[in-house]
Design a protein around this ligand. Structure first.
Ligand code: UT7
Length: 332
């Protein structure tokens, strides 16, 4: 018997109202709108404001959006995967809190940490659960409150990141649409180039780690850029080749939104035209685990049943990967 395919059957998304524009950043640090735009493609990013406002606030807004749009119930999901680097708390998995909020009494959940590739890993994991036949409804959520771990005196990182969250519902497809293949890769060679040094078990928080600003994201941009350009493009091309896909029969590239130049390089290697590339980095910046589901959220009305989508991501660790799926429904 053929394994069931895991199809995306609903999408929800949320970005906070507050817009941090390049013009405002010009007043905070030594930078220019021109530098940020030409080096990254970003014009503004959203920031979640308010004390005690964690990732779960954005997740619940994204799930409310999903329920309002589709009328789907979520209290009967089997599993909730929250891909993030900024859970509400280091311990007490955010997924358990979400399960409680949506009333999914028989669900299990976990938070998944694979840096900017987290949502892609989550989608592959959720799809495998559905394919096993054991689970019928899996929520895969990707989101981050990057503003909680960014140093707004460090011009090399604070111009890049923003806050946002998206979610997809996976269900078995009767028509054979859904996830067909994925490639996941990890290599610890990236640890020195992109990390948060303190706050884990190696360097627990102390007055010194706080004074040294070691709880913020540290990135060696150029080194990460080189790995990202090569690896993201390679896995995207590889998944096309091994599934006999070409630039003509791929309808959409869904790339991690880290830098417009990395996205362009990936599209070029795949031979895919710009009009097939999902792009929202100019409005949201790099929302880490939020980028891929927010792309789907923004482009949902243009997706048609049977469309071929290639996802590609790269992140800290390093982690990277690609995924091939066919879209399961027409625009409503
Ligand atoms: O999502 C997870 C994975 N992350 C990525 O994929 C990010 C990959 N890296 C990048 O996207 C890029 O490397 C950055 C956008 C982070 C930086 O762009 P770049 O073209 O690699 O710049 P750079 O780091 O080589 O810096 C060039 C110059 C430097 O000045 P000097 O040494 O040439 O005088 C920087 O100090 O630009 C300077 N600079 C800035 N200038 C104005 C760095 N940040 C800024 C800034 N505004 N915000």
């Amino acid at each position: 018997m053929n394994k069931p395919k895991a199809a995306i059957t609903a999408i929800g998304g949320h970005v906070p109202d507050f817009r941090l524009t390049n013009k405002v950043l010009e007043t905070m640090i030594d930078t220019t709108d021109e530098w940020i735009t030409t080096r990254t493609g970003i014009k503004e990013r959203r920031i979640l404001k308010g004390e005690g406002q964690g990732l779960s606030v954005m997740i619940m807004a994204a799930l409310d959006n999903m329920r309002e749009k589709t009328g789907k119930r979520l209290d009967d999901v089997d599993a909730v995967i929250v891909s993030t680097v900024t859970p509400d708390m280091p311990v007490a998995t955010t997924s358990a809190y979400i399960i409680n909020k949506i009333g999914a009494k028989s669900a299990f959940g976990f938070d998944l940490q694979a840096a900017c590739s987290g949502f892609l890993y989550g989608l592959a994991t959720g799809a495998t659960y559905i394919e096993s036949g054991r689970f019928k409804k899996v929520l895969v959520i990707g989101g981050d409150k990057m503003s909680s771990i960014i140093d707004y005196t460090d011009r090399t990182t604070c111009v890049i990141f923003g806050d946002g969250c998206g979610a997809v519902l996976l269900e078995p497809s009767e028509e054979g649409h859904g996830v067909h293949d994925f490639i996941l890769r990890s290599d610890g060679i990236g640890r020195p180039h992109l990390n948060i040094k303190a706050g884990g078990s190696m360097y627990p928080p102390t007055e010194q780690t706080v004074a040294n600003r070691e709880h913020f994201v540290y990135q060696e941009g150029q080194a990460v850029f080189k790995f990202a350009v090569t690896n993201m493009a390679e896995v995207a091309a590889e998944i096309m080749e091994r599934n006999q896909l070409n630039a003509d029969n791929v309808n959409w590239l869904v790339p991690h939104q880290a830098n417009k130049r990395i996205i362009d390089a990936t599209a070029k290697k795949m031979g895919v035209d710009d009009n097939k590339v999902m792009l929202n980095i100019q409005r949201y910046g790099n929302t880490t685990n939020g980028t891929l589901p927010l792309c789907l959220w923004d482009y949902e009305s243009q997706l048609k049943k049977g469309d071929t989508l290639i996802f590609a991501a790269f992140g800290g660790g390093f982690t990277w990967g690609s995924l091939y799926l066919t879209w399961a429904y027409d625009p409503k």
